[in-house]
Ligand binder design. Structure first.
Ligand SMILES: Cc1cc2nc3c(=O)[nH]c(=O)nc-3n(C[C@H](O)[C@H](O)[C@H](O)COP(=O)(O)OP(=O)(O)OC[C@H]3O[C@@H](n4cnc5c(N)ncnc54)[C@H](O)[C@@H]3O)c2cc1C
Length: 304
């Protein structure tokens, strides 16, 4: 029996755990990955906007967060797989067989990159299908690449790849790019970049590595294959709430709906960080929400 079970160990979960521990709550953090840190592990740029700390990348900031929890007493289990959660009963069953019971549950499960859901997306990971333009672009230097998506992240990555690749084709499904003007202007004047609007990639094709993509364009009679040796997908994010859907109020995109104290529609179940913050996901917001939830839980337990 724990006072609090926190699901997720990104900035929100770690902040909540640090605060819960400081407030004397018996706390267990459950993390599905091998490593703690959440999205910070995918940030390859410098982080300049988290007050008091400048970090060369997300991993460095993650290390500082972890360093600040080393003298805390909360338990942290990584590599766990949740079998089922009963939010009302505050029960979490793990695939490994443990049944956990707590007084409060904190959902800090953040976001995951949206998948395209086409053949080749899994098979060619790290075999031409790259994760990040900042980190991986040298792997694709001199190669023709396709970037999929129409927002800031897709546009920024297309521009980064255009610094080292002879051709970059940006494929997006709307008529107009959603990316900010600064990026779209650069895309349209960059002679390496071609933009395919109203188009979708239906397949990533290859043998050992990516060799082509199959593209469907509005108005074209049939899909066609375009030879590329690299692909990068940036089509947005979605909240990690499948495992609790049907048990609490979610918005139409699957984000948890919370009040000002981070409490969900189920008593003593809280949601913090990006999973409950569709409009303004930030490290600062996640860390702040973790502190709020911990303080509210501690004061409730004192009163009860
Ligand atoms: C490339 C990039 C650059 C960014 N740059 C900035 C920046 O400069 N400044 C800024 O403020 N923000 C930035 N962000 C956003 C910032 O990283 C997020 O706002 C922040 O990480 C959110 O923290 P979180 O704890 O809510 O969620 P996450 O970081 O998403 O962590 C969620 C954790 O929950 C775990 N989890 C998910 N489901 C389960 C489950 N079922 N069971 C157990 N564990 C689970 C995940 O594995 C993960 O570890 C950036 C993000 C990216 C991707």
């Amino acid at each position: 029996m724990h006072d609090v079970v926190i699901i997720g160990s990104g900035p929100a979960g770690l902040s909540a755990a640090r605060w819960c521990d400081e407030l004397g709550l018996d706390t267990l953090v459950l993390e599905q990955s091998e490593e703690v840190g959440g999205q910070l592990l995918s940030v390859h740029n410098p982080i300049e906007n988290y007050l008091a700390v400048r970090a060369a990348n997300g991993r460095e900031l993650r290390d500082r967060f972890v360093e600040q929890t080393t003298d805390s007493d909360f338990d942290l289990w990584t590599n766990i797989e949740i079998e089922s959660v009963d939010l009302k009963a505050k029960r979490v069953a793990l695939k490994s067989g443990e049944d956990l019971q707590s007084i409060a549950i904190v959902i800090a499960t953040g976001l995951r990159r949206r998948r395209l859901g086409v053949p080749g997306e899994t098979e060619f990971r790290e075999r031409g299908l790259i994760e990040s333009g900042t980190r991986d672009r040298q792997l694709l230097a001199g190669k023709d690449v396709c970037v999929i998506g129409g927002g800031d992240a897709a546009a920024e990555n297309a521009l980064l790849l255009a610094e080292v690749c002879p051709t970059v084709t940006l494929v997006h499904r709307r008529k107009k790019l959603r990316a900010r003007r600064e990026f779209t202007e650069q895309l349209h004047t960059n002679h390496c970049v071609t933009v395919f609007p109203e188009s979708t990639v239906r397949r990533i094709i290859g043998n050992e590595r990516v060799e082509a993509v199959e593209i469907e364009r509005a108005g074209a009679i049939k899909p066609f294959e375009m030879a590329v040796q690299g692909v990068l997908i940036r089509i947005g994010w979605e909240p990690n709430t499948n495992f609790i859907s049907g048990q609490l109020e979610l918005d139409e995109r699957g984000y948890v709906i919370v009040g000002s104290q981070q409490e969900t529609s189920v008593a003593n179940v809280f949601a913090i960080g990006d999973v409950a913050n569709p409009l303004a996901p930030t490290i600062s917001g996640a860390v702040g929400a973790g502190a709020t939830a911990a303080k509210v839980i501690a004061s409730r337990l004192r009163e009860s």
